[in-house]
Design a protein around this ligand. Structure first.
Ligand code: TRP
Length: 334
């Protein structure tokens, strides 16, 4: 039997995961965990690159993110979940990679540029933050991953990773293969406010751990069409968050099409649509939340899973590092 291909992906533990994470990447991870050998990184060191003064936030969210993984159906028997900082060889690899990337290239990464603006770093950007795509390349290449399921904002990271692959192989020896990103069919989920993509910093999320009541409240506040005032008024479907969610989450596509026609013509109220969406999202999230609550009762199980996963992952990374040091001729003691 041919060996399974490898997936490496993960998240920064800076908050609970939401529906944007689910449609952008988590659903793919659940789907692919049988076919691939999957490693999932809880990237605590990357989280510290912009939370250096709040390590407790990172610490506390490791458990939350791990619970979210289990909630959506990532199976620790099939996928290896591990903690970045407990594999120092990843940082070692990142140090070697830093010599292969110029400062100008690091500053050109569009996602880093956006985030720098968003976080208001200005000229005072931490070195670690600017370098995180290089460290992310080390996360990926430490496992010699073939595939990285991520959202579109992470594509520049894969591009930078492949530049490092090319340069490392040329300068030292052909150790690494090219990496491919896997972008989901729904790479960007609009936030509940309709303004931008769903993101915890914008406060426009629906969480995997939200209660039925909270889901209902968040849907009722969703942005629709500000000019659709009375039920009989014609309404706009484009930019209407409720319809964009129905397009994604409602399995009855023909029915959604009909609802759109009715809404456009006038005579269909927002509340009816919002009730429909509320039910759909509650049905999607309820089993996840319930599974999450079960696992939350047994934090020792979760901690053990992370510890065992980290040990397994570290063994894989150690092999890569041996090969890397050999290729670089820095394996001084054989
Ligand atoms: N940068 C990713 C994010 O913010 C998290 C991450 C860290 C990651 N290392 C990774 C994703 C390696 C994929 C592969 O969501």
């Amino acid at each position: 039997m041919a060996e399974k291909k490898i997936i490496l992906t993960g998240d920064r533990p800076t908050g609970k995961l939401h529906l944007g994470h689910y449609v952008g990447s988590l659903a793919n991870r659940v789907k692919l965990q049988d076919e691939y050998r999957q490693f999932i990184i809880v990237a605590d060191m990357q989280a510290l690159t912009d939370n250096a003064e709040d390590p407790l936030k990172v610490r506390n969210n490791i458990m939350e993110v791990a619970l979210d993984y289990l909630a959506v159906g990532i199976d620790p028997k099939k996928s290896t979940i591990f903690i970045q900082s407990f594999i120092p060889e990843i940082s070692e690899l990142a140090m070697y990679f830093m010599n292969l990337v110029t400062l100008a290239r690091a500053e050109r990464n569009p996602t880093v540029k956006d985030e720098m603006k968003q976080k208001g770093f200005g000229a005072d950007v931490p070195m670690g933050f600017l370098a995180y795509p290089i460290s992310q390349a080390a996360d990926i290449l430490a496992f010699k991953a073939d595939l990285v399921p991520v959202g579109t904002d992470q594509e520049p990271m894969i591009e930078q990773t492949n530049e490092i692959v090319e340069k490392f192989n040329r300068v030292y020896a052909p150790v690494f293969g090219k990496v491919k990103s896997l972008i989901s069919e729904t790479p960007r989920l609009m936030g509940t406010d309709g303004k931008a993509k769903m993101s915890k910093s914008l406060g426009n999320t629906i969480l995997i751990s939200d209660s039925d009541k909270t889901i209902g409240e968040k849907v009722m506040e969703m942005y629709t069409d500000p000019d659709h005032i009375r039920v009989k008024d014609p309404g706009k479907v484009e930019g209407n968050v409720v319809f964009s969610y129905l397009d994604i989450f409602d399995p009855a596509k023909a029915e959604v099409k009909k609802l759109k026609e009715e809404y456009r013509a006038g005579g269909l109220g927002d509340v009816v649509l919002k009730k429909r969406l509320t039910g759909i999202l509650q049905d999607l999230i309820r089993p996840m939340r319930e599974r999450r609550e079960e696992f939350a009762k047994d934090p020792t199980f979760v901690t053990n899973m992370l510890q065992e996963g980290t040990e397994r992952a570290r063994a894989v990374v150690a092999e890569t590092l041996q090969e890397v040091k050999h290729a670089m001729k820095i394996d001084y003691f054989g």
